[in-house]
Design a protein around this ligand. Structure first.
Ligand SMILES: [Zn+2]
Length: 96
């Protein structure tokens, strides 16, 4: 039986810590964040998943296939945690 608790355990790979804060990665065109803390990102992801439940045709068991190289130049997301991470590593100083 499913319960509605906030203590949902997400795949840790869904969270990216950048100098701008924590991002929660989603399957939608926009990731969530940045948030000051990981629990806030986790809470936002829980809300996001509730909101999109039934709207996404892919299985909930759809997992990231592991390590991927993310290219911000070809990324189509409009708020992307992986881009934030990549830009931070390349010395980018500010997003806004
Ligand atoms: Zn991206």
């Amino acid at each position: 039986m499913r319960t509605e608790t906030a203590d949902v355990k997400f795949d840790p790979r869904r969270f990216v810590h950048t100098p701008f804060g924590w991002y929660a990665l989603t399957r939608e065109p926009s990731d969530l964040g940045p948030f000051p803390t990981k629990p806030q990102a986790s809470s936002a992801l829980a809300d996001h998943i509730k909101l999109h439940m039934g709207l996404n045709s892919r299985s909930a068991e759809d997992r990231y296939s592991g390590f991927t190289v993310h290219d911000p130049d070809t990324c189509t997301k409009n708020n992307c945690g992986r881009c934030a991470e990549a830009l931070a590593f390349s010395g980018f100083q500010a997003i806004a």
